[in-house]
Design a protein around this ligand. Structure first.
Ligand code: SF4
Length: 75
């Protein structure tokens, strides 16, 4: 489900998974750079809950997005 506020939910989780799996530096991740440049980061999340309501697995997407975004943008 696309986020009505422009957060690239699958893109952020994909980058987070890859960075964790291969222990790479997020600063060198091209997909993360594109998400930032397009303004589709988790900092756009307003917590409306639409993604969680649509998630068949009932994941805590809002909390997971914030955790991912914080880790990916840590220095
Ligand atoms: S809770 Fe955040 S990520 Fe989920 S649909 Fe709303 S704005 Fe988008």
């Amino acid at each position: 489900m696309p986020c009505p506020n422009g957060v690239d939910i699958p893109g952020i989780f994909s980058v987070w998974n890859n960075v964790s799996l291969y222990d790479t530096d997020p600063k060198s991740n091209g997909n993360l750079r594109q998400i930032r440049e397009k303004g589709n980061g988790a900092d756009r999340c307003v917590g409306c809950g639409a993604c969680e309501a649509a998630c068949p697995q009932h994941l805590s997407i809002i909390e997971m997005l914030q955790t991912a975004w914080t880790e990916l943008n840590a220095d």
